[in-house]
Design a protein around this ligand. Structure first.
Ligand SMILES: Nc1ncnc2c1ncn2[C@@H]1O[C@H](COP(=O)(O)OP(=O)(O)OP(=O)(O)O)[C@@H](O)[C@H]1O
Ligand SMILES: [Mg+2]
Length: 246
């Protein structure tokens, strides 16, 4: 889904502008007994509209990287730029505002609000952004798209793990974010619902131009990505752009 622009005179493609740029990013945590270097220097540029899959062994730093991209965690050193804006220096209020406009996030652990129904959970980000009323139908449509039309009034405790995951995914899309960050979005799903979620992700990428950065162990999901970035021990071990991409 990434479009490079051709310069007519030379035919040399200019890379499209990066919606996400990561510069020398590190994340270190000091525990009482020792220092953990979770990310040890990541440089990455993700163009608008790209579908990037982040893979790598457990503990390699994938969720940490995603949390830093969403401004949910603070870098030790380095920068994260979203649409050219360095988010590493923002206050919490400023970051919440950027997140509300630019980012949909699906946590590895879903993090649904237990006292809200499926439909209310999906609509919540839109309500927080003050656009709840105009997105009520979109919230229901998204739940329908992930096969949960019959579960609108159910509370998270009444939903299976895979159903909660699909609610979390619908919630991440409700405000039409230009960037979707998702941690194992098909991790708890069977073949059929996994396929449904994959189709939704691909359609939003294609139709709404959503930039997708997905952490996944699922080869079926990664097979559709434009690019596969593999982390190992807090570093990028490989970064492969599919041949049909610019
Ligand atoms: N708050 C923390 N304190 C200490 N160590 C941490 C903390 N958060 C993460 N880590 C460590 O950092 C490493 C990377 O964690 P992270 O959750 O990013 O891995 P991951 O690649 O997402 O793994 P998985 O595939 O299992 O989800 C792990 O070894 C983890 O134990
Ligand atoms: Mg993880």
């Amino acid at each position: 889904m990434t479009d490079a622009i051709q310069i007519p005179s030379t035919g040399v493609p200019i890379p499209p502008p990066s919606i996400i740029e990561i510069v020398h990013l590190t994340r270190t945590i000091d525990t009482p007994s020792h220092r953990v270097e979770i990310l040890r220097g990541i440089d990455l540029a993700i163009p608008k509209g790209q579908f990037a899959a982040i893979m790598g062994p457990s503990g390699s730093g994938k969720s940490t990287l995603l949390g830093l991209l969403a401004g949910l965690d603070s870098a030790t050193t380095g920068q994260v730029l979203l649409d050219g804006v360095d988010i590493t220096g923002l206050t919490e209020d400023q970051m919440a505002e950027v997140r509300g406009r630019k980012i949909g996030f699906v946590f590895q652990s879903f993090q649904l609000i237990p006292t809200l129904t499926a439909e209310e959970n999906v609509l919540l980000p839109a309500e927080l952004a003050g656009v709840g009323a105009e997105n009520a139908q979109r919230a229901r449509d998204l739940l329908h798209r992930v096969g949960l039309s019959q579960r609108l009034d159910h509370y998270p405790v009444q939903l299976s793990g895979g159903e909660q995951q699909r609610v979390a995914l619908a919630r991440a899309f409700v405000t039409k974010p230009p960037i979707l960050l998702a941690d194992e979005p098909t991790g708890n799903l069977d073949g059929k619902t996994g396929q449904q979620v994959l189709e939704l992700l691909l359609e939003l990428n294609r139709i709404e131009g959503t930039t997708l950065v997905l952490v996944t162990h699922d080869p079926a999901l990664a097979a559709h990505a434009d690019r596969i970035i593999t982390l190992r021990d807090g570093l990028i071990a490989s970064d492969v752009l599919k041949a049909n991409q610019n």
